[in-house]
Design a protein around this ligand. Structure first.
Ligand code: 5GP
Ligand code: MG
Ligand code: MG
Length: 188
C-alpha cells in the first residue's frame, strides 16, 4: 500500500514496519503494561525523551487501559547525528517531582543503550516508586544491555532508520511507518 508523504521515494530504501504493524504491536504492549500496573496507587507517569519518542508515546498513552500522565525531557547527547556517546546534558528537565510514583520511560529506539543508561541513573536518584522502560525499537547492540527493558516492540536490524518520530536532521519524523533511510541521504 502506498502512503502519500511528499518525500522523494528514493529517500526511503525499505519500509521495515508498517503503520498497521506499529498500531497492532502498540495495542498489545499497552495491554501487557496495563496489567502490570493495574493496582498502582496513583496514575502511571510516562516519561518521553523529546523528540523521537513523541509519536510512540502519544499512541501508547491512548492505548493504555489505565490512567496515565505524560512528561517530557529534552536532552542533548554529544556525538554524531547517527550515534550517541553517552555524555548527556539536560536541556529541559521534568516539570515535576516523581518521588514515590510509578514511572515508565518511553523510548523510541535503543541502540548502544548509552542514553538510556544515563537516563535510568538520573531518574533513579529521584526516588520513584518503580522505574521501567518500554521501547518501540531495539537494535542488535542493545539486546545484551544490563539495563532492564520490560517491553520491546520490535527488534530490528542494525541500520539507520527513520519515521514515526525518528529523524535524520529533523526530517522524516512525520512518516507514519519505520523505514531504512537511503544511506546517500546522510552521507551527502
Ligand atoms: P543509544 O544511546 O541507545 O545509542 O541511542 C539512542 C538514541 O540515538 C535514540 O533515542 C535516537 O535519538 C538515536 N538513534 C539511535 N539509532 C537510531 C536510528 O537508527 N535512527 C535514528 N533516527 N535515530 C537513532
Ligand atoms: Mg530516544
Ligand atoms: Mg535524532
Amino acid at each position: 500500500m502506498a502512503v502519500a508523504h511528499g518525500y522523494p521515494d528514493t529517500d526511503i530504501e525499505q519500509i521495515l514496519i508498517t503503520q498497521e504493524q506499529i498500531a497492532e504491536r502498540t495495542a498489545e504492549m499497552a495491554q501487557r503494561i496495563g496489567e502490570r500496573y493495574s493496582d498502582t496507587p496513583e496514575d502511571l507517569i510516562l516519561i518521553g525523551v523529546l523528540k523521537g519518542a513523541v509519536m510512540f508515546m502519544t499512541d501508547l498513552s491512548r492505548a493504555l487501559p489505565i490512567p496515565n500522565q505524560m512528561e517530557f525531557m529534552a536532552i542533548s547527547s554529544y556525538g554524531s547525528s547517527t550515534s550517541s556517546s553517552g555524555v548527556v546534558r539536560i536541556l529541559k528537565d521534568l516539570d515535576r517531582d516523581i518521588a514515590g510514583r510509578d514511572v515508565l520511560i518511553v523510548e523510541d529506539i535503543i541502540d548502544s543503550g548509552l542514553t538510556l543508561t544515563w537516563l535510568m541513573k538520573n531518574l533513579a536518584t529521584r526516588s520513584p516508586r518503580s522505574l521501567e522502560v518500554v521501547t518501540l525499537l531495539r537494535k542488535p547492540a542493545a539486546v545484551s544491555l544490563p539495563v532492564q527493558v520490560s517491553d520491546v516492540g520490535f527488534d530490528i536490524e542494525n541500520a539507520f532508520v527513520i519515521g514515526y518520530g525518528l529523524d535524520c536532521a529533523e526530517r522524516y519524523r512525520d512518516l507514519p511507518f519505520v523505514a531504512r533511510l537511503n544511506p546517500e541521504v546522510y552521507s551527502g
